[in-house]
Design a protein around this ligand. Structure first.
Ligand code: HEC
Length: 304
């Protein structure tokens, strides 16, 4: 196939190093972003791991309880003992009265367990100020409009830049047809907008929580596809596309008799199998190795 651009494999080595450095860095960034999601949203329902409930609680809120109560049963669970959490929740349910605050010993618990993070020098609610704490004893309506506005514009500006460069590098790929390239490059932008939109929609109605997950996965899939194709073409073109598994893919791509579905089917099946294995493996590692270690570390920090 004649190309009007320099294919990835033919770029000078310094350029390849530059591209690879960028791709690896954003790859690691993506991994940390996922970890961050797991720790903030993932803990919203009190259990490790991301679920639809987590998304609903994070954006729409858990309207059967107050913010303070839900946080104590969710992401802030590890910061106080069961009795301490019970005492705080009981105080909230009794009306979060200022007079009872000191009398019931709630102030002491908050000062011992929470103020090391929730103080005036942090960007999170300052619990040294009673009014700030009191504000969190109202119904949990999830993310506030101001926090959604803030995170929305940060994501739109930041992520569009990431996909600008990932897409630009991938546009030099030669093993993907122009048609599919357009899809892979355009998809993250469509999903990014859908993702941001879905937060706002979920804030209005919990039904849209599935859209948050769907859009996030769509972005992830296009990212992985562009990332892997670029890296493979730059460094492993021969073993993959001239002698390895990639030759099958190229043969299918160039076979005019095969229908679109027939062309895609083996790829799709391999893709799903790989994704399933990868996901199971990653989940296993997270749950059985990383999580206990992190938890032990957190517990140790808390004690000291
Ligand atoms: C290790 C630091 C740390 C400790 C200790 C801690 N928190 Fe937090 N807390 C955070 C951070 C960071 C956030 C913001 C998380 C986010 O934005 O997702 C937060 C958020 C919250 C929120 C949600 C605030 C909002 O505006 O929605 C509540 C409620 C809360 N914490 C309660 C507590 C209580 C009660 C304690 C004590 C039992 C406590 N936290 C102890 C770090 C801490």
């Amino acid at each position: 196939m004649a190309t009007k651009f320099t294919p990835l494999k033919d770029h000078d080595t310094p350029i390849k190093v530059l591209f690879t450095g960028y791709l690896c860095t954003v790859g690691i960034g993506y991994f940390f972003a996922l970890l961050q999601i797991l720790f903030t949203h993932g803990m919203a329902d009190g259990q490790f791991g991301l679920s639809i409930d987590d998304i609903v609680y994070s954006y729409y809120g858990n309207r059967s309880g107050t913010v303070l109560e839900n946080q104590l049963n969710g992401a802030m669970k590890a910061n106080a003992s069961a009795e301490e959490r019970f005492d705080i929740i009981e105080w909230v349910r009794k009306g979060a009265d200022e007079d009872d605050y000191e009398k019931d010993g709630i102030k002491k618990i908050i000062e011992e367990r929470c103020v090391m993070c929730h103080n005036e020098s942090a960007s999170i609610p300052n619990f040294q100020d009673f009014a700030k704490l009191k504000a969190l004893t109202s119904e949990d309506e999830g993310a506030t409009f101001s926090s959604l506005t803030r995170v929305s514009h940060i994501h739109l500006f930041g992520i569009s830049f990431i996909f600008m460069f990932v897409g630009l590098i991938f546009s030099f790929a030669e093993t993907t047809t122009t048609e599919y390239k357009c899809i892979a490059i355009g998809m993250p932008y469509a999903f990014l907008i859908a993702d941001i939109l879905s937060w706002w929609l979920t804030k209005i109605h919990p039904m849209f929580a599935w859209l948050v997950i769907f859009a996030g996965m769509g972005m992830g899939v296009s990212f992985i596809f562009m990332w892997a194709t670029s890296i493979l073409e730059m460094w492993l073109y021969k073993p993959v596309f001239e002698t390895g598994l990639g030759t099958k893919y190229l043969a299918l791509r160039d076979n005019p008799n095969a229908s679109l579905f027939k062309q895609l089917k083996p790829l799709l099946i391999t893709g799903i199998e790989l994704a399933k294995k990868g996901f199971a493996c990653a989940y296993d590692v997270c749950l059985h190795q990383l999580w206990p270690k992190l938890k032990a570390l957190l517990d140790k920090n808390k004690k000291s």
